[in-house]
Ligand binder design. Structure first.
Ligand code: DQA
Length: 155
């Protein structure tokens, strides 16, 4: 699955977070926990490094910013872990961007969106991802990376 990782090159995985995820740690901690995005990214980065993977982190509060990053970075990346935040529920533009660049993507949500408000239960972006990990807090990001690594071993 790490198709872009030509011999000698380290596989690259994009880690993309959407609106308000920069507020993790202070934002509704009863829903999203106390861990900051910086902390999540640091731990994920250490895990990735020990497995020989390079992560490219990006967070934006704007739809266009997310789409531009995905378009610009996907061509030399192997996979993407994405938490689109509230854009999951209504951004057809972000969905089209994920589908359009054609790299494998795993969608992550810290909270269990299936058990929340009706409007949060639908993700319009999940359908163009391999699958969705939802409800496991910050561990979801590591689970996504472990899945991508396992897939790599299978091929
Ligand atoms: C979220 C769930 C979304 O509904 C919400 O808008 C977010 C965070 C999550 O990680 O649980 O911003 O994506």
């Amino acid at each position: 699955m790490f198709t872009n990782a030509t011999e000698g090159n380290v596989p690259v995985v994009l880690v993309v977070n959407g609106p308000n995820l920069n507020l993790l740690g202070q934002r509704e901690p009863e829903v999203y926990g106390h861990t900051t995005l910086q902390h999540i990214n640091r731990e994920l980065g250490e895990f990735a490094e020990s497995h020989g993977i390079e992560l490219r982190f990006f967070q934006s509060n704007s739809e266009g910013g997310l789409i531009d990053f995905i378009q610009q970075n996907a061509p030399d990346a192997d996979a993407m872990i994405i938490n689109p935040g509230a854009y999951s529920h209504y951004s057809y533009a972000l969905r089209d961007a994920i589908a359009g660049v054609g790299i494998r993507a795993v969608e992550v949500h810290l909270s269990n969106i299936a058990g929340r408000e009706e409007w949060r239960r639908l993700s319009v972006t999940a359908g163009v991802c391999i699958g969705q990990i939802s409800g496991f807090g910050s561990a979801g990001y590591r689970m996504a990376l472990e899945f991508l690594l396992d897939q790599d071993k299978d091929h």
